[in-house]
Design a binder for this molecule. Structure first.
Ligand code: UDX
Ligand code: UDX
Length: 458
């Protein structure tokens, strides 16, 4: 039996360890977190995050070989052979690198906590996304202990996307494990390979040196985000030229060299990773004096900010240049469908911008309203949170679809139209609705990357 510990029971730590525990019944897996309320939720029937399939995996392993704890973290560290660290690494808001660099204070604190509570050698696994060469700092902190203990640091970045986290863990495209090219480093890599080999084919487990693994995570997210910004850039041009971005995406995506995925034009990308990881990459490049490389990647974020700002300014322009006092129903708060997560959600950016325009904003989402309220902070006071989309749209001048929840496509838009102020507007920031049908019902329809369908002469 191996004692596996995970520090950080968030969107990454919780689902990842649940799947590890499910497939490795002979190992004992403990997940700890400084947030006692979150741990209590992991121990209950009301899990702290919404993730399809998660409940089944938790039910299978919890209490058998999967345990959650907010207490005795020191003892759990002492007992562990392998420690995954998945504490958050937000963008720094102060000092050097503010707004770009990763804030590594939780990481360093965790490394010291591991060192102070260890009396046997351990493998420490970087699960959080980190700047390249963080493992080097980790090694130096951990191996500065006075007991002569040796720690091996391994990088094993997560590639799971929220909403499909369980599927991504169960059937990953690949698992990446990076380690030192020393005998002990290679033994540590092998120990992590052996865990994943319980359910992942060996040929899909890639092993590299530490730095390639750390950098691959940042690069993968930068490439994915770049595709979204690229298609969004094209969407702006489509709106001016009567091209249709869905047709363009299909036409270019069928080229097998380009491929069809991540080409959905939208109101912009969100989530805890894309922006943070790109800014991290940008900061890293700047630190190494690679200013052109930094500027290249920063443009992906600039484009995303532009896409969100453009969406709002198009709304205001379409609605006769003012939305002050007008009720606007926002369909969606989550940064994508099938998650309750609202971190960096374009829906919140749109919400804030509309509040500045003094609109009356009503937000509707099947799972993410509590997080939206918390993330909006003081701005939440000006927002009505309404789980029922029909109630949200009643008396509204406009609906804006901001999350691609499939249930939004299935609503009775005739009924919605009947309850709205005329002329009624729909802004489909995810292109999930049947625009022609909506236009036929009487809506003025604005989509991303398509000319609008309106009853007014432009
Ligand atoms: C986070 C980052 O967003 C992601 O980039 C990284 O790859 C992994 O960590 P996520 O799991 O989504 O991913 O973060 P979050 O849901 O905030 O979970 C982190 C958890 O760590 C929180 O529950 C927090 O309470 C906990 N934590 C933080 C500790 O247990 N100890 C600490 O010192 C700091
Ligand atoms: C991402 C990576 O996919 C994952 O591998 C990594 O580990 C964490 O970061 P996540 O942020 O959960 O995962 O979601 P993802 O599916 O990548 O979507 C990110 C954002 O891009 C969402 O706001 C989504 O709506 C948007 N998006 C995605 C588009 O606008 N268009 C697309 O075609 C695809």
């Amino acid at each position: 039996m191996t004692n596996i510990l995970c520090i950080g029971a968030g969107y990454v730590g919780g689902p990842t360890m649940a799947v590890v525990a499910k497939h490795c019944p002979e190992h004992r897996v403990v997940v700890v977190d400084i947030n006692a309320a979150k741990i209590a939720a992991w121990q209950s029937d009301q899990l702290p995050i919404y993730e399809p399939g998660l409940e089944d995996v938790i039910r299978c392993a919890r209490g058998r070989n999967l345990f959650f704890s907010a207490t005795d973290i020191g003892r759990h560290i002492a007992e562990a052979d392998i420690i995954f660290v998945s504490v958050n690494t937000p963008t720094k808001t102060f000092g050097q690198g503010a707004g770009k660099a990763a804030d590594l204070q939780y990481w360093e604190k965790t490394a010291r906590q591991i060192m102070e509570n260890s009396s046997s050698p351990k493998i420490v696994v970087e699960k959080s996304t980190l700047p390249v060469r963080t493992a080097h700092a980790m090694e130096r902190i951990l191996n500065s202990n006075n007991n002569g203990l040796h720690f091996d640091v391994v990088s094993n970045p997560e590639f799971l996307a929220e909403g499909t986290a369980i599927r991504d863990m169960e059937d990953p495209d690949r698992v990446l494990i990076g380690g030192r090219e020393t005998p002990s480093g290679q033994r540590a890599v092998q120990a992590i390979v052996d865990i994943y080999a319980h359910w992942v084919d060996r040929e899909r487990i890639i092993t590299t040196n530490l730095w390639s693994s750390e950098l691959s995570k940042l690069a993968a997210n930068a490439f994915l985000a770049q595709r979204v910004s690229s298609i969004n850039a094209i969407s702006a041009l489509c709106e001016k030229t009567e091209a249709d971005v869905a047709e363009v995406a299909h036409a270019i995506g069928t080229d097998s060299r380009i491929g069809p995925r991540f080409l959905r034009a939208s109101v912009g990308f969100g989530g805890s990773c894309f922006k943070k990881d790109i800014l991290n990459l940008v900061y890293l490049c700047e630190c190494y004096g690679l200013y052109e490389v930094a500027a290249y990647w920063e443009q992906v974020v600039t484009m995303n900010d532009y896409q969100q700002a453009r969406f709002v300014s198009d709304m205001v322009t379409a609605m006769f240049n003012t939305v002050a006092g007008k009720r606007i129903a926002l369909f969606g708060a989550a940064f994508k469908a099938n998650t309750s997560d609202t971190r960096e959600s374009p829906a919140l950016a749109v919400c804030r911008a509309l509040l500045e325009e003094r609109a009356v904003v009503v937000m509707s989402d099947p799972y993410a309203l509590d997080n939206a309220r918390a993330d909006l902070g003081e701005a939440a006071e000006g927002v009505v949170f309404e789980p029922d989309p029909y109630a949200a749209a009643e008396g509204a001048h406009a609906i804006a679809v901001l999350t691609e929840w499939p249930q939004f496509a299935e609503l009775d838009y005739e009924a919605l139209h009947a309850s709205m102020v005329k002329p009624a507007f729909i802004f489909d920031g995810r292109n999930i609705l049947d625009h022609r049908a909506l236009f036929a019902m009487g809506f003025n329809v604005y989509a991303v990357g398509r000319p609008p369908l309106t009853s007014f002469a432009s």
